[in-house]
Ligand binder design. Structure first.
Ligand code: CP
Length: 307
């Protein structure tokens, strides 16, 4: 049987995603039932870029399933420093582990790893391109909080140019009916043309604005993002835009009572800590949903029957 990877959110059909989220719900409600589902299995996490959540969330997911983990948290301690290619590393990791998770600063690196690995590969972020497991986390969180993945208005705010979580989430949400997008960004960090072209082609409604206050009262979800310092070409531009958005309780008071605030994290200054105690602040709950959905993903990619 052909192995399955997760390189972009579109690698799973809407029906497959529904099954994945159903499994994540089953795991959330009865984690003990799955505590030995991956006994004897090994996961390698190969991170060429810094991470807190994505790496540890995958490792937690595998440990919760009874499996084991290994890997490197930094390219500087891997043989990449000696010039080893991603393709060769993927071949080598296939000799050690049952499943591989890779984060890399170059767009397309995870796809290369998947091409050469003989084990399932999970893209944990490739440059400014895609971050599909964050998207699974976001979709699973929205589905749990709102009870549906259709018929809502979502505001995406911040660095829409470099933010790979935003690009992945838009790609995934366009497959659901009646989702209206509001892109909130400074002009320099607008969502890329290839995304608005895709929305135009599909006839999906969206609008663009600069100020949170101009859109927040109409939103069902507000997805905040940080300005991606590491993808700027010069410090001056970053400093100018770094504090462009700060969501505080005063601004959130303009939102609907059931407008949830999500953020892939890490946050810098874009959400004030006074928002954390608001019941609509869902970004730490989102982290927990990320563990359940990654547990479901590991089981699915390994083809483990938990029916
Ligand atoms: N959301 C996310 O990708 O966080 P990390 O960079 O900490 O993995």
């Amino acid at each position: 049987m052909k192995k399955k990877d997760l390189i972009t959110p579109l690698d799973f059909s809407v029906e497959e995603l529904d099954q994945l989220f159903d499994l994540a719900d089953r795991i959330r409600l009865n984690p003990e039932r799955f505590a030995h589902s991956c006994d004897g299995r090994k996961m390698a996490t190969c991170f060429y870029e810094p991470s807190t959540r994505t790496r540890l969330s995958h490792e937690t997911a595998m440990l919760n399933l009874g499996g084991r983990t290994m890997g490197f948290p930094d390219a500087g301690v891997s043989s990449a420093t000696k010039g080893e290619t991603v393709a060769d590393t993927a071949r080598v990791i296939s000799c050690f582990a049952d499943i591989m998770v890779i984060r890399h600063p170059k767009e397309g690196a995870a796809a290369v790893a998947a091409q050469y690995a003989t084990i399932p590969v999970i893209n944990a972020g490739d440059g400014g391109h895609q971050h599909p497991t964050q998207t699974l986390t976001d979709l699973s969180t929205i589905r749990s909080l709102k009870g549906r993945l259709f018929d809502f208005t979502i505001g995406l705010c911040g660095d829409l140019k470099f933010g790979r979580t935003v690009h992945s989430l838009i790609n995934a949400l366009v497959r659901y009916p009646n989702v209206h997008f509001v892109f909130i960004s400074p002009p320099e960090l607008k969502v890329p043309d290839y995304i608005t072209d895709m929305l135009d082609e599909k006839g999906i409604s969206y609008e663009e604005c600069i100020r949170i206050e101009d859109a927040i009262s109409r939103l069902d979800i507000l997805y905040m993002t940080r300005i991606q310092k590491e993808r700027f070409f010069n410090e001056e531009d970053y400093v100018r835009l770094a504090n462009f958005y700060i969501l505080n309780e005063e601004k959130l008071s303009l939102a609907k009572p059931d407008c949830y605030v999500l953020h892939p994290l890490p946050r810098v200054n874009e959400i004030s800590v006074d928002v954390d105690s608001d019941p609509r602040a869902a970004y730490f709950r989102q982290v927990q949903y990320g563990v359940y959905v990654r547990m479901a993903l590991i089981l699915t990619l390994l083809g483990i029957d938990v029916s």
